[in-house]
Write a protein that binds this ligand. Structure first.
Ligand SMILES: O=C(O)CC1=CCC(=O)O1
Length: 260
C-alpha cells in the first residue's frame, strides 16, 4: 500500500506484481473502493504489474471538497502513472472508471496502449439525472438509498443471498458523502463521445445483462463508437468483476494476449 500526492490530495494506491511486468491499471466505480477488483485480480496471470487506486473521495484516499471534474480524476490517474513510472498501460475502467480512462486518453494518450470498458459508456446519464441524485443524496445521505442501489449493481441471482450483498452495501453506505457527490458531479459533466469516436487503440467492452445503471444497449453503443469488441456477461449487474471474477478476468487476459 502507498499514498501518492497530487496537488495536496493523497491517493491510496496498490501496486503489485513484478515491476517489469505488462501494466494493467484499474479504476473502480462510484461508491466502491479498490477492493472491488480483489476477486478478479486473483484470476489474472501472476506476471502482470497490477496497479489500482481509490479515486478521490473514496476508500483510503483523501476526500477534498467537491464538486470534482472528470479531468481531476483523470489527472489523479496520470500522476499515479507518472510517479510509478508506468508506460504502455492497459487501463480497465468500471463505470466512472471508464470515464476516467477516456479522460486519461484524452489528456495523456502517451500513457495508454489499450482500454477495457466494463459497464460504462462515453456518457452516462444526463446532467439532470445526476443533479437529481445529488439533491436526494444531499437530503438523506447515502445509507438510506443504498439498498435500492444494490438492485442496479447486482443481478437477481446474486441478490438472493443477502450476505453476499452486505459487504458492498456497507462499502457504499460508508463512502464519504462529499466524495460520492463530487464524483456524481464529475459524471454529470463528462461526455467522451468524440474521444470514443476518435479512438485508435484496441478496446474491449463488456457489460452485465442485468446492469441497471449502464444497460447493455448503452455500453454496446459506446463499444461501436470505439470499434471495440463487445461481450455480454450473463447473470450479472453493474459489477461483473464481483459476480463473475473468473469470467471477466479471462476476457481481460485474452485481450492482453491479443494486444501484447
Ligand atoms: O448508480 C450507480 O451506483 C452505478 C454507477 C453509475 C456510475 C458509476 O460509477 O456507478
Amino acid at each position: 500500500m502507498q499514498m501518492i500526492l497530487n496537488a495536496g490530495v493523497a491517493l491510496h494506491v496498490l501496486d503489485t506484481g513484478p515491476k517489469d511486468g505488462a501494466v494493467v491499471m484499474f479504476a473502480n466505480s462510484l461508491g466502491t473502493d479498490l477492493r472491488v477488483w480483489d476477486a478478479l485480480i486473483a484470476h489474472l496471470p501472476a506476471d502482470l504489474r497490477v496497479v489500482r487506486f481509490d479515486k478521490r473521495g473514496h476508500g483510503l484516499s483523501d476526500c477534498p471538497d467537491g464538486p470534482y471534474a472528470i479531468e481531476d480524476l483523470a489527472n489523479d490517474a496520470a500522476v499515479i502513472a507518472d510517479t510509478l513510472g508506468l508506460k504502455d498501460i492497459t487501463f480497465v475502467g468500471l463505470s466512472i472508471g471508464g470515464l476516467i480512462g477516456h479522460g486519461l486518453i484524452a489528456a495523456r494518450p502517451d500513457l495508454v496502449k489499450a482500454l477495457v470498458l466494463m459497464d460504462t459508456a462515453a456518457k452516462i446519464g444526463t446532467p439532470e439525472f445526476w443533479n437529481d441524485r445529488i439533491s436526494s443524496m444531499q437530503a438523506t445521505g447515502i445509507a438510506p438509498l443504498a439498498a435500492g442501489v444494490m438492485e442496479r449493481w447486482f443481478a437477481e441471482k446474486f441478490r438472493a443471498d443477502a450476505l453476499r450483498v452486505a459487504p458492498w452495501q456497507n462499502m457504499l453506505s460508508r463512502t464519504p458523502l462529499e466524495g460520492y457527490l463530487g464524483c456524481c458531479a464529475a459524471i454529470a459533466g463528462a461526455d467522451f463521445t468524440e474521444t470514443a469516436r476518435a479512438m485508435t487503440i484496441p478496446v474491449l467492452a463488456m457489460v452485465g445483462d442485468e446492469d441497471g445503471a449502464t444497460p447493455p444497449e448503452l455500453v454496446q453503443a459506446t463499444a461501436k463508437l470505439c470499434g471495440a469488441e463487445f461481450h455480454l456477461i450473463k447473470d450479472a449487474g453493474h459489477l461483473p468483476c464481483v459476480e463473475h471474477p473468473a469470467q471477466t478476468a479471462q476476457l481481460i487476459t485474452d485481450f492482453l494476449k491479443r494486444t501484447a
